[in-house]
Design a protein around this ligand. Structure first.
Ligand SMILES: [Zn+2]
Length: 311
């Protein structure tokens, strides 16, 4: 079982040091070349035939049934069968755990709509357009923007033991559910959850590893590459970013042919880097896990939760 001693070996600083080694540059190049090939092949397949089904998961009952299916798959893979399962629902404004974001969004809605009614009445009565006529639209735009971000959230909330998911097609939902459910399992291992702010690279990398296993297994079992689509795109992006970071650190030029046309840093990742002064933990965690998975196979994710795998 995972112990305090084991958790001390997987802190953000320790895993970052493991990744930022000059010898990892050539390994990342090999992994990136393989991910790039797979990413491009999948894009070609998808452009030729429609891989995504029309099965969009819309209702809570459908979501729970997909969750039960994915949970069983992940439990069998990782060898953990906790009796209590987390709650699982679509991301909605009223359930969102960030109270201040929820409150701000509601206030913006009330102000925006109220002001809009007032300025609409002014305009109808012949008042000239002014800054105060545009302000309500700006406020309402902020509310809609927040609301949109909330509904697009995929997350596991430790405090309420709840998985929140964006409404997706079945093929995209399955790997995302596997990722968030892995966070729930990490949370059930109390040593890890008590140190979650210091082990973000581990937690995100580990969840990406389980997500990849589930995505690949579903692809094989159901003969449908759409299950791998989201995961291979993120793997390619994260390996790409890690490769550039290592090249920067050790003053090497990235191979232009290798990085040409690859998915770049997202706005969310840029925002995270500026806000926290560190790289998105998915980038560090997933790249390091991919290096270890290539060496030791995909049983490492089970071994990690048993506190048996040494980086
Ligand atoms: Zn995650």
């Amino acid at each position: 079982m995972i112990t305090k001693k084991y958790v001390n070996t997987i802190t953000d600083e320790k895993l970052e040091n493991k990744l930022f080694q000059p010898e990892n540059i050539s390994t990342l190049e090999e992994l990136l070349a393989a991910a790039r090939r797979e990413y491009q092949t999948l894009q070609k397949i998808q452009s030729k035939r429609r891989c995504n089904s029309d099965r969009r998961i819309k209702s809570q009952a459908e979501l729970e049934s997909v969750f039960d299916e994915v949970k069983e798959f992940v439990d069998d893979y990782l060898g953990f069968h906790f009796k209590d399962k987390p709650k699982c629902s679509f991301s909605r404004l009223r359930d969102f755990p960030d109270v201040s974001l929820r409150r701000t969004t509601n206030i913006f809605y009330v102000l925006g709509i109220g002001e809009m009614l007032i300025s609409g009445t002014d305009l109808m009565s012949g008042e000239p357009m002014s800054f105060f006529s545009i302000a309500p639209a700006v406020v309402l735009g902020l509310a809609i923007n927040n609301h949109y971000a909330i509904r697009n959230t995929n997350a596991y909330i430790l405090e309420s033991d709840r998985i929140l998911l964006h409404r997706e097609k079945y093929e995209t939902l399955v790997p995302k559910l596997a990722h968030e459910y892995t966070h729930a399992l990490q949370g059930r291992l109390h040593v890890l959850s008590s140190r979650r702010k210091e082990c973000r690279n581990f937690m995100e990398g580990h969840a990406r590893g389980v997500q990849r296993y589930v995505a690949r297994s579903y692809w094989e079992q159901k003969d449908n590459p759409a299950f791998m689509d989201f995961t291979i795109r993120e793997d390619t992006r994260e390996l790409h970013l890690a490769y550039r970071l290592l090249c920067d650190r050790f003053s090497q030029q990235p191979h232009k042919i290798l990085v040409k046309g690859l998915p770049k840093e997202t706005i969310g990742q840029k925002f995270y880097r500026r806000k926290n002064g560190t790289v998105d933990p998915h980038v560090i965690g997933n790249s390091l896990m991919l290096i270890h998975e290539a060496q030791d196979g995909n049983d490492i994710y089970r071994q990690m939760l048993q506190g048996e795998y040494n980086f």
